[in-house]
Write a protein that binds this ligand. Sequence first.
Ligand code: F6P
Length: 319
Amino acid sequence: MKKIGVLTSGGDAPGMNAAIRAVVRKAIYHEIQACGIYNGFQGLLDNNIKPLEVGSVGDIIHRGGTILYSARSQEFMTHTGQQRAVERLKKEGIDGLVVIGGDGSLRGASNINQLGIPTIGVPATIDNDISDVDSTIGFDTALNTVIEAIDKIRDTATSHERTYVIEVMGRNAGDIALYTGLAGGAESIIIPEKSHDFEEVIKRVTQSKLRGKKHSIIVLAEGVGDGKEYAERIQAATSFETRASVLGYIQRGGSPSARDRTLASRLGAKAVDLLMQHERGKIVGLTNNELTAHDMNRLLKKKHHINEAMYQLSKELSI
Ligand code: F6P
């Protein structure tokens, strides 16, 4: 293993920079050259590749986003595009690749691996929608961002005795909504993984009001629907003043939490370890707090499931 390339792809996530830093420094520590591929897989096709030194990744561990940028690439979605990417890697003398990203990016990593370049995936997405790993890089930071927003909304909800529907990200996964709904003491948590009973939501909001509670909070995962429309439905059904707050892209930014920085550092370094051990086609992750290497194809076939016990608990604690 003489030269390792690293790229970030898909929606950015806080902690990606810490992972990039760990890949580069671990490689250099073991006298392996490191190079950065800018703008994700498209950057590979555009030959947007530069050597990275120890100093290139200085002073980034605390920064959100990704210094290697990210982009969606239509061309890379094609087999020809993937073959061209592999040719590019070979021409650059890159004999190992680390891909940092979410579900779609890890599938792209698997294609590169199958076409001949040893590749390791590092799961990084705020969605936490990768199976068999305790959490993806960026998830913890996003939770803290959402909780900060919920606590702020709680103030105005109380002052105006309103119900708030807070729409959070997660693409088609409900983990951000579930974890922040539980941590934020929401009356209801609406996620794509669980069937949704509007009457039950109305009943809970009404019960809170009758109990004298000054506000209600409902956390809605974007994969279920539109927060504004949902708020209008609740107001029409109850005549309670109801507003929506769509948190949007603030969930993707911010300085990564300590947990995400340590997770990213451990996973980035583990990816280089695996390449040095001539391993390939693996996705690294903490599983039951143990550093684990999962077979890419097997893992990507599995669907991430929510924590059922947490979902049940959220219902019990918000009676
Ligand atoms: O996958 C991360 C994510 O933030 C999702 O939660 C969200 O639905 C999606 O990316 C938004 O994608 P884009 O940045 O392309 O609008």
